[in-house]
Design a protein around this ligand. Sequence first.
Ligand code: FDA
Length: 394
Amino acid sequence: MAEKQDVVIIGAGAAGMMCAIEAGKRGRRVVVLDHAKAPGEKIRISGGGRCNFTNVHAGPKNFLSDNPHFCKSALARYRPQDFVALVERHGIAWHEKTLGQLFCDHSAKDIIRMLVAEMEEAGAELRLETVISGVERTASGFRVATSAGTIDAASLVVASGGKSIPKMGATGLAYRIAEEVGLPVVETRPALVPLTLDQAQLAKLAVLAGVAADAEVRFGKAAFREAVLITHRGLSGPAILQISSYWREGAEILLRLMPDIDIAALLKGMRRTNGRQAVQTALADILPRRLAHFFVEEAKLTGRMLADLSDKVIDTLSSSIQAWTLKPAGSEGYRTAEVTLGGVDTCAIDSRTMRARNIPGLYFIGECLDVTGWLGGYNFQWAWASGFAAGQDV
Ligand code: FDA
C-alpha cells in the first residue's frame, strides 16, 4: 500500500524548502524528499559560506530565459524584502555588501536552520537520504517510488535544481521527469562559470596568473562592471562569471580594463610633465604592475620613454588595454558552474503557480526551470519566489 500525502516535493534546496513552508502553512500534508544527507547543501556553500540570500534590486531584467516575461509574476509576489523580513524574524544578522547583495553576517547555516525551523512549524516533513527510483502519473496525481517506499500525492513539486556541481548531488532529475511527461526542455549549459583559454593564450598570459583588475566585460549587448581575475586556467572573477551566462563557444569577449580612466589622456598628460619616465613605469601608476608590464611588452614598448611615443602609439597601447579582446576556449563546465542555464521550458508552465499547464498537479520550481539569474543573490531570490508561488497552489 502506498503512503498518502497531499504534496511530495523532490529536493530540499532553497526552492523546495520555501514551497514546503508555504504549502504546510496552508494545511497541506507535505513531505520533502532529498537524496542528500543534509538539506540546503548549496545554501551552505553559497556566498563563500555567508549566503548571498537575495539582491535588493532583483527584477526581471536580472534573469535569462527564453521567455523573459515568465519570471515577472512570481518575482512581484515574493520580493527581496519579504525574505529579509523572514530573516529578521529569525534574528539573523545580515549586511549589504555591494550592488544590493545581502549576505549573512555569520553563516549560511543560519539560513538553512531558519528554513528547517519554518518547515517544522508548518508541519512539513523532511526525509533525507531518500533515493527517487521512479515517478508516474496516476488517476488522482502522482506516485513517487523511493528507496523508503511509495508515496501517492495529488501534487508533485520538482525542485531538484540543475546540473551544476554534480559532486554536491546535482543530478538533472528534473529534466528527465519533464521529458518523461512530454514537457519541452531548453538546452542546458553551465553558467556563472570561469572561462578557459587555449594553451597558446595561457602561455602568453601565464605571467598574469593571480592578477585582478576592475573591468567592464562585454559580450554582445550584455556588459558587466566588476572585477576580472586571471587564473592558471583562464579567466574568472565576478565580471567573467556574469558574462559566461551570455557567451557562446567560438566568440570573443571584450574587456575594458579600468573603465573609469581615460588611459590615453593620462599617459599623454604624463608625457608632458615627465617625458623621461619609462612607459611601463608610467602605466604601472594606472594599472596593476604586472598588467602594465604585460601590455607594454605586447606593444613592444619596454624600455621606451613616454617622450618617444606618438599620440598614435599611446592610443593603440591604450585601446589594447581598454578594448582587449579574448576568445575563450570553453568554460570550466558543471564542475564549478554556480548555476545551469536553460531547463524546463517555461512555455509549458503557468507563471503564476509554476504548474505544468497540461499536467494537473505537476510543478517545477527553482533552478530546474529555464530562469537563470545573474550573480549576486538573484538565483536564491528566484528559488524563494518560485517556491512561494507553487506553495500557494499545490
Ligand atoms: P538546489 O540545487 O539548491 O536544491 C536541489 C536539491 O535537490 C538538492 O538538495 C539536491 O540534493 C536534491 N536533488 C537533486 N537531485 C536529486 C535526486 N535525483 N533525488 C533526490 N534529491 C535530489 N545563488 C545566490 O543567489 N547567491 C549565492 O550566494 C550563491 N552562491 C552559490 C555558490 C555556489 C558554489 C553554487 C554552486 C551556487 C550558488 N548560488 C548562489 C546558486 C544557488 O545555489 C542556486 O541557484 C539555488 O541553490 C537553486 O535552488 P534550488 O532549490 O532550485 O536547487
